[in-house]
Design a protein around this ligand. Structure first.
Ligand code: ZN
Length: 299
């Protein structure tokens, strides 16, 4: 655990930059923490991979958050990653199951129509940069590419794969992000698109065959010289939750239920939904949350 990292590459003429990652361990960890069912696993997993790839093109200390909000049963998907390899993901509806799996693990209907909001945080900066675009397909990868084009005028190819075994457990997760810079030779873009269409590189299949991130890139870049650039930050599942934030989340329970907890006079254990970290909450702290809710309801 912890030895994987996002691999970065650049074409020899510097006009194409590439990131590739095997994120199997962190996506598996997310599934174990949140007991996500297949569609939630695939949606959150792809988003985590996408966030890791995007974050590797930022600067030291910066992070990116992806929030997909749709009118489908999954309602929302969130993933966040930092340049330094920390990543987490979450959906409020991890146990969603469709009536059947005739459509496979396409997340399109599960997420539905809606928007993707991308937030970029820099350390010591209060206001993150926000960009919002309509989702094109609800398949995550295409939506990230659409965002890059709409908000940053960057043409890209985003290929993400989360593969589940027959028990619905994560077998592999990873992806490739290829971005072309302004001034790129159009013949190069055509070559990449042609590689993509003729070779149809399948991330899950390649990972299941034991290929490494560098190998994942090869079929996309066939015929184009490229080299790896150092990016040595081990990826890890990390949640920056605090007791304060977890306590504040108790507010959703409402005054009556909080009073119920107080009446029982029992110690309260709350776990962070994103990472499973347990917190002990005292009855005084529950009382404070209730008081705060009450004051807000008076306003
Ligand atoms: Zn947490």
């Amino acid at each position: 655990m912890g030895k994987e990292h996002v691999h970065r590459f650049v074409s020899k003429d510097l006009t194409v930059r590439i990131a590739a990652v095997d994120a199997t361990e962190v996506v598996r960890h997310m599934q174990e923490l949140q007991n996500t069912y297949p569609l939630a696993t695939v949606a959150v997993g792809r988003s985590m991979v996408g966030a890791l790839l995007l974050a590797s093109h930022l600067k030291d200390g910066q992070q990116v958050g992806l929030l997909f909000r749709g009118n489908g049963p999954l309602t929302s998907i969130y993933a966040e990653a930092s340049f330094n390899g920390q990543v987490r993901g979450y959906t409020p509806n991890p146990s969603y199951q469709p009536a059947n799996y005739d459509k496979g693990l396409s997340t399109k209907d599960a997420i539905g129509l809606g928007v993707l909001t991308v937030a970029r945080h820099q350390p010591y900066q209060k206001q993150p940069f926000h960009g919002t675009v309509e989702m094109l397909t609800g398949e995550i990868g295409d939506d990230i590419a659409h965002y890059l084009h709409q908000s940053h005028q960057i043409r890209s190819l985003v290929s993400l794969g989360v593969y589940l075994d027959q028990n619905g457990k994560v077998q592999s997760a990873g992806g490739v992000l290829i971005e072309v810079m302004p001034g790129v030779e159009e013949s190069m873009v055509e070559k990449i698109m042609n590689n993509y269409e003729t070779k149809k590189p399948n991330i899950s299949k390649m990972l299941n065959e034991g290929l490494k991130p560098g190998d994942l890139v090869a079929p996309f870049m066939d015929g184009i010289p490229f080299e790896e650039i150092a990016h040595d930050y081990p990826i890890e599942y990390f949640c920056p939750c605090t007791k304060d934030r977890v306590i504040r989340a108790l507010e959703v329970m409402g005054e009556a239920e909080l009073q119920d907890m107080l009446d029982k006079k029992e110690a309260v254990h709350v776990t962070c939904q994103v990472c499973g970290k347990p917190y002990d909450v005292s009855l005084e702290e529950v009382q404070e949350v209730k008081n705060h809710l009450h004051r807000e309801s008076m306003n």
